[in-house]
Design a protein around this ligand. Structure first.
Ligand SMILES: C[S@@+](CC[C@H](N)C(=O)[O-])C[C@H]1O[C@@H](n2cnc3c(N)ncnc32)[C@H](O)[C@@H]1O
Length: 501
């Protein structure tokens, strides 16, 4: 039975900001509505709409079917590093150890994010962590909050978590991993609707808010409203950390964008951000464009997220059973799944295609790209090599080999692959950009400067064919230009010293 969706779309967007548009979004909404109506024995959409307006429990049940709760421990570790090594030490000095620092994970899903923050800080501050910090996790979806409070996880939540951390903070019970009480007891989980008019008293006066991989589900006006609400939950010198991929799309003039060591965050008070709190102020709140364009992985390869980011906005999709997958449809779905960072499901789609077409170049390359996101660099390398052995001029394969090497800290190899890509196609500015960041990180500022300039030059010309056919690198040209200019402005003094020596 087809339902009239607009009243439901409007209600859900107004209440919790989520968008269900386009074929896949509408299909997901339709299925959820049908499931709830069947559970309640309701026959008309009008009856169910009335029920949603009058019954909060039912609205919650529907929301639970609609939210995308993908998460895992130590996701985007470079931002956790920023927290532990930069933000927290400065806050502790500024505040003194008597008053605990308050840290919120907004849109915490089943708890992996706030618990990761606890574990990372316990690694540094040991038992003092419970005295120095207060952690709160908030989410609109009560089902995931129940799971978070339980602290019981399958292997699926561990992707690239070092074995030592896993052993230190988890007990294994049959096939589950039980969080140890000293971690679990530190996070208070609270129901949180980011669009609410009022917030639970537990949700105030935070020093640091992590708000990652949530804003991608909202349109720009909604993101701006939510950021204003989050700002109101921050202390006057508080900071907001948004997923790396989402950061510039959230540069909406509400908070000041700040950069530190290649990682970005927002500060409520930009003057303390660039002075007391540290970091380089990129853009004060009032001067940012009201409508920010979508933004993807731009930071240096050493700081770039492993989650190669989605183009915004992304819409939730319903996955085709792989057995029914036709190559084209499976491929289209897999691309959408990559955007939503649902990598395991994307891999299933790829494997379905590869069983019938084992040499499907696009699928091999996209699969390698996903494997890099899953930190399976060796497997990604093999797939890219396979494509390269059939086509020595595959820029996609060369760039993927460079990325896989970079993430394995094989810097010389990474430089070699990117150079090869740039040699094969000089117009491939992403290869020059990665090279520039690798040179900069290895202290070769002269070459770094040269490579950044090449990128700027290439980006200033007519749009050439950069040679990358299939892999969504997530490097929007405008933002890369901005970062190259930023790095060039920062490099000269150091570079001058290097050249004199
Ligand atoms: C993809 S998860 C991100 C989890 C975690 N922050 C991370 O980065 O791994 C997005 C979460 O945002 C929550 N969410 C969506 N809309 C929300 C809203 N209006 N208020 C609060 N949470 C919301 C969803 O329920 C979901 O658990």
């Amino acid at each position: 039975m087809k339902l009239n969706l607009p009243p439901f779309q409007a209600l859900i967007k107004a209440r919790c900001g989520l968008l269900f548009e386009g074929d896949s979004g509408e299909e997901k909404l339709m299925q959820a509505l049908q499931e709830r109506m069947a559970a309640l024995g309701l026959l008309t959409a009008a009856d169910y709409h009335t029920k949603l307006l009058t019954n909060e429990t039912e609205f919650q049940a529907l929301v639970s079917l609609l939210t995308i709760n993908e998460t895992y421990f130590f996701r985007e570790p470079e931002q956790i590093h920023l927290l532990v090594e930069r933000l927290v030490p400065r806050f502790l000095v500024a505040r003194g150890p008597q008053v605990p620092l308050r840290i919120l994970s907004a849109g915490c899903s089943s708890g992996e994010e706030p618990y990761s923050l606890v574990m990372a800080l316990m690694e540094k501050y040991g038992e003092s962590t419970s005295r120095l910090f207060e952690f709160v996790g908030g989410d609109i979806d009560q089902t995931v909050l129940t799971k978070a409070r339980l602290g019981r996880y399958s292997d699926f939540s561990f992707r690239g978590v070092p074995a030592a951390i896993r052993q230190r903070y988890f007990d294994t019970i049959q096939r589950d991993n039980l969080l140890k009480p000293q971690v679990k007891s530190q996070v208070k989980f609270v129901e949180l609707n980011l669009l609410a008019d009022f917030f639970d008293p537990a949700l105030h006066n935070f020093d640091i808010i992590f708000f990652r991989n949530v804003s991608i589900y909202f349109d720009t006006p909604t993101r701006k409203i939510i950021q204003q609400k989050l700002a109101s939950l921050l202390q006057p010198d508080g900071v907001l950390v948004i997923g790396t991929a989402e950061t510039l799309a959230n540069d909406l003039g509400v908070l000041g964008l700040t950069e530190e060591d290649g990682s970005f965050y927002f500060a409520k008070n930009p003057s303390t951000a660039s002075g007391g709190i540290g970091g380089v102020l990129m853009r004060p709140p009032s001067t940012a464009p009201a409508e920010s364009t979508s933004f993807n992985a731009l930071t240096s390869p050493f700081h770039a997220p492993l989650d190669v980011p989605p183009m915004l906005p992304t819409l939730p999709i319903q996955v085709l059973p792989t057995t029914q997958a036709q190559p084209d449809a499976a491929l289209a779905q897999a691309r959408q799944l990559i955007q939503e960072k649902r990598f395991d499901e994307a891999l299933l789609q790829f494997d379905a295609v590869l069983t019938t077409e084992p040499d499907h170049v696009e699928v091999l390359l996209l699969k390698a790209h996903v494997l890099i996101n899953r930190r399976d660099f060796a497997a990604a390398h093999m797939l890219a090599e396979r494509v390269l052995s059939a086509d020595v001029w595959s820029i996609d394969a060369l760039v993927l080999l460079g990325l896989a090497a970079k993430w394995r800290d094989q810097i010389t190899d990474a430089i070699r692959w990117f150079k090869q890509a740039a040699y094969a196609r000089n117009e491939c500015w992403p290869a020059h950009y990665y090279l520039a960041d690798l040179y900069r990180a290895s202290g070769d500022f002269v070459l770094a400067r040269r490579a950044y300039r090449v990128v700027l030059q290439l980006l200033s010309g007519a749009k050439p064919d950069i040679g990358i056919r299939y892999v969504p690198l997530g490097l929007p040209a405008a933002e890369v230009r901005f970062l190259c200019e930023h790095q060039l402005a920062k490099l000269p003094t150091v570079a001058a010293r290097t050249e004199v020596r």
